[in-house]
Design a protein around this ligand. Structure first.
Ligand code: FHN
Length: 436
């Protein structure tokens, strides 16, 4: 199937890089109640304009963001160029509702691109196909619009084709004015606002004419609730190059109806908000995030981990600390992440396996009483190393394992004194080099 072959070629780097930074930032960082604040609180454009007039990210320093992402082991980033509120962080010639017309007085996307590219990360744009600012996007009666049930908007006419001209024109700007773009993250379709309603075929053809290698998500016909035709063996032209499960890691990964693996990327928040929230301090631990990253890769998936910078342009300190701890673990163990995917073995009870050709990585989350048993590797192991320091580990066959001949056993103690404690309580990684 030509579309699937082309998709697999385009996503080859994506399936090697595995780990990216999602960045949700914009006017909503000022109310600091998440990126849906405009619609959750049914704010009119006039009321929401206060944030446009105030927006002045005095501490915006995308180089520091890029360094934090790189240190964490992230290989790509996806930043909001425009979210549902319609505010453009880039210098669009098609609207005045943009960062260059705020006190910021600059193209925030250009600075993001330059900073992250200079640190060697690939560049992605999140672009909302939903627009609660544009006069020609449906207001009254729409499922999500801030004015969805405001009678004042009931008889207002919209020329949706004019909105599509605007939306396609901005995508053209993003694909033209910032050099090579690696990811386009459209968001999101719902009800009858799906596929060709967005003139998706025309949009994809335009994008591919400008950025032939860019990979595109599946949300021109889907959302965080479903994956669309990318799961079928006859995906639509705008099915996208990867599925985008949201705030969930698919229980068994994602395959199409023929059982063939489909590129997928789970996007998750560090706390419970994409956009900055001043009150949401419910951050996931670095331990949990590292283990979720491993789980994604063990299921042939990627992880896109979100940060929500505040109104001043600062990534919250809690997020910085989490990224720093992830980076310290990645510095010792990234060989078990990059270029890795699902292994040849079943998931063990004590953690996960990831694999890169003849290198099998055991991610051990839970210590064992005595020897740690691994099934399915008998007579297949060339050598064993503790990944973090490269130290040699040996197979052992203690007195109490005689009944378990289809298991091999290792331990981190000495032959005389087996231990149940792990070298790294977050995730101890053992590298098995397998015999050819
Ligand atoms: O509505 C958006 C939401 O604000 C956020 O951008 C997420 C990130 O994947 N996408 C949509 C919800 O599915």
């Amino acid at each position: 199937m030509k579309l699937i072959d082309e998709r697999n070629t385009r996503t080859r780097w994506f399936l090697k890089d595995r780990f990216g930074m999602f960045i949700h930032w914009g006017l909503y960082s000022i109310p600091a109640r998440g990126e849906w604040v405009m619609t959750n609180e049914k704010m009119s454009k006039e009321k929401y304009k206060q944030y446009f007039d105030e927006f002045d990210p005095i501490n915006y320093d995308p180089k520091s963001w890029a360094k934090a992402a790189k240190h964490a082991g992230m290989k790509y980033a996806v930043m909001t160029a425009k979210h549902h509120d319609g505010f453009c962080l880039f210098d669009s010639k098609l609207t005045d509702y943009k960062a260059t017309n705020t006190k910021a007085k600059k193209d925030l996307i250009k600075e993001y691109v330059d900073a992250f590219r200079s640190e060697g990360l690939k560049i992605g744009f999140y672009y909302s196909i939903i627009d609660w600012h544009h006069d020609d996007f449906p207001h009254y009666g729409d499922k999500h619009h801030p004015m969805r049930d405001n009678e004042k908007y009931k008889d207002l006419d919209h020329d949706f084709e004019k909105y599509l001209e605007y939306m396609h024109g901005q995508v053209h700007e993003l694909c033209t004015n910032y050099g090579k773009i690696d990811i386009l993250w459209f968001d999101f379709s719902y009800d009858d606002m799906v596929g060709e309603k967005w003139r998706a075929t025309e949009l994809i053809n335009m994008v591919r004419s400008l950025q032939p290698d860019v990979i595109i998500d599946n949300r021109l016909e889907a959302s965080g609730e479903n994956s669309g035709s990318i799961l079928t063996n006859n995906p639509s032209f705008f099915a996208g190059d990867f599925a985008s499960p949201e705030q969930i890691i698919p229980p068994e990964g994602i395959v199409d109806e023929n059982g063939n693996t489909v590129p997928w990327e789970a996007c998750i928040t560090m706390n419970n908000h994409w956009g900055y929230s001043s009150t949401d301090k419910n951050f996931k631990s670095p331990k949990m995030i590292i283990r979720k990253l491993v789980e994604c890769i063990s299921k042939n998936g990627n992880l896109l981990l979100n940060v929500g910078p505040n109104a001043k342009g600062e990534i919250p300190s809690e997020s910085i600390n989490i990224l720093d701890t992830i980076g310290k673990w990645m510095m010792q163990n990234s060989s078990s992440i990059y270029n890795c995917g699902k292994s040849c073995l079943q998931k063990p009870e004590w953690g996960y396996f990831t694999q890169n050709q003849n290198k099998l990585y055991a991610h051990i989350f839970e210590g064992s009483i005595g020897p740690l048993g691994i099934q399915g590797l008998n007579d297949k192991v060339k050598k064993i190393r503790l990944l973090s320091d490269g130290s040699e580990l040996k197979l052992i066959k203690p007195w109490n394992t005689m009944d378990y001949n289809d298991y091999i056993f290792i331990n981190f103690g000495t032959p005389e004194h087996l231990t149940y404690s792990l070298p790294d309580e977050i995730d101890t990684v053992v590298e098995f080099e397998l015999l050819d």
